[in-house]
Design a protein around this ligand. Sequence first.
Ligand SMILES: [Zn+2]
Ligand SMILES: [Zn+2]
Length: 175
Amino acid sequence: MTQDSNTIEKIFCYRHPDRETRLRCNKCDQPICTSCAVLTPTGYRCPECIRSQQKVFDTTRPADYVVAALVSLVISFAGSWIASFLGFFTVLITPLIGFLIAEIIRWTIKKRRSRTLNKVAMVAAALGSLPLLVFLLVGLLQGGYGLLGLAWQGVYTAMITSAVYYRLGGARVSI
Ligand SMILES: [Zn+2]
Ligand SMILES: [Zn+2]
């Protein structure tokens, strides 16, 4: 029979022992059937390898981005008002505000995190600090006052953005 030549190389899906297959996961080399295989840019992967890969790179849910953006936006905006009264002390207070934002985000989304989430939080922190910055800039252009206040707001925007990113980014090391 012609079937005999095939029996030499017969392999079966490791999740479905009754299904013969020709595919192997290109990471762990386990045989997988077509319904188990997931096509990635680098080839077919088994579900296990896909899952462990996502665990490392991205464990967030879509709602996490909304939460992170809102927390970052609102607190950064509130912080910019506080900073507008602080002058030099902006430099001391802003890292604490960044810390607060990062802690609340981390607490809300638990252990889930991703690089994209950090960027979303960072951009939201920058956006949250902008209204006051623009307000002061307009004031300066129209009335010629508030140059120092504007300068500190600029410092705040730069610091809050990097503080949020640094705080969230530093947490990823613990995985
Ligand atoms: Zn695999
Ligand atoms: Zn299978």
